[in-house]
Design a protein around this ligand. Structure first.
Ligand SMILES: NC(=O)c1ccc[n+]([C@@H]2O[C@H](COP(=O)([O-])OP(=O)(O)OC[C@H]3O[C@@H](n4cnc5c(N)ncnc54)[C@H](O)[C@@H]3O)[C@@H](O)[C@H]2O)c1
Length: 261
């Protein structure tokens, strides 16, 4: 199912950065923000993916540019910000979407190296990118940040323990940052998707006849997995003036998975 939401210009004049935006949920968000009028800086680790995505989105008349950014590298984070300022003249919106999950299995089997990678990419880099971006939002007089967490941040997956904890940490980071940022007229919120059909989650939804998949589907009120486009409207709402009195919150987009902290 694809989104049939009417598109508009509610983000006209805004400049957005979306990390890991050449595929999956990040791409759907970047596209939607562009369709809603924002200028969007596309980024991911691979040059060819960035170039291909920019070309594709420009063909759809969206105002986008692109740059490489491995969110765990401080030089890349700096150049993402500098490229955005140089190309579009400011930053109003940050969507921190990049995430890594190098391990599946019992949590106590996680190596220190894997633990560090998950927390570096999923939480520390998200925080450090905010630190980099916030002064530029402050200079514009306002801003909006969205972290992409997950439903497993509320209901930890037994096989993705450290990833789940990193996603819980993003929900906490959203709350922890909101009072200080409110003083700068910057809102910070969080999206917690359910199981969305992307490459990242392929092994969880692509084998239609496994018992696991059936059990999982049965636990979802709507009895289907989500599409990336079903996450993007929520992010566009959260960064728009329609959400002007919402900060520190996480919105679950899960088709109805019972998940609460
Ligand atoms: N697909 C789902 O079911 C699901 C569910 C809940 C949350 N999420 C979250 O949604 C976000 C997007 O995931 P997706 O499903 O679209 O999958 P995806 O694989 O398309 O997105 C994750 C992206 O992060 C990128 N990435 C990893 N390490 C990076 C780094 N160091 N620097 C820059 N980019 C890096 C990957 O290349 C990938 O493009 C992630 O934060 C993920 O945790 C996904």
């Amino acid at each position: 199912m694809t989104s049939t939401v009417a598109k508009g210009t509610k983000l006209a004049g805004k400049v957005a950065i979306v990390t890991a935006s050449t595929d999956g949920i990040g791409l759907a968000i970047a596209k939607r923000l562009g369709q809603d009028g924002a200028k969007v800086m596309i980024s991911s680790r691979k040059k060819e993916h960035v170039e291909g995505t920019v070309e594709n989105l420009r063909k759809q008349n969206l105002d986008v540019a692109g740059t490489i950014c491995h969110v765990g590298k401080s030089k890349d984070r700096e150049s993402l910000v500098q490229e955005t300022l140089k190309t579009f003249g400011g930053i109003d919106i940050l969507v921190s979407n990049a995430a890594a999950n190098p391990v599946f299995g019992p949590i106590l089997d996680t190596s220190e190296e894997a633990w560090d990678k998950i927390f570096d990419v999923n939480i520390k880099s998200a925080f450090l990118l905010c630190k980099e971006v916030v002064p530029h939002m402050e200079a514009r007089g306002s801003g909006a940040i969205v972290f992409v967490s997950s439903f497993v941040g509320y209901a930890p997956s037994e096989l993705m323990g450290p990833y789940s904890v990193s996603k819980t940490a993003l929900i906490g980071l959203t709350k922890a940052m909101s009072p200080q940022l409110a003083g700068m007229n910057i809102r910070v919120n969080c999206l917690a998707p359910g199981l969305i059909k992307t490459k990242f989650s392929e092994m969880l939804w692509k084998n239609p006849n496994t018992g696991f998949q059936q059990d999982f589907l049965n636990s979802i009120a709507m009895k289907r997995f989500g599409e990336p486009e079903e996450c993007s409207g929520t992010v566009s709402f959260l960064v728009s003036d329609d959400a002007s009195y919402i900060t520190g919150e996480t919105i679950l987009v899960t088709g109805g998975i019972p998940a609460r902290l």
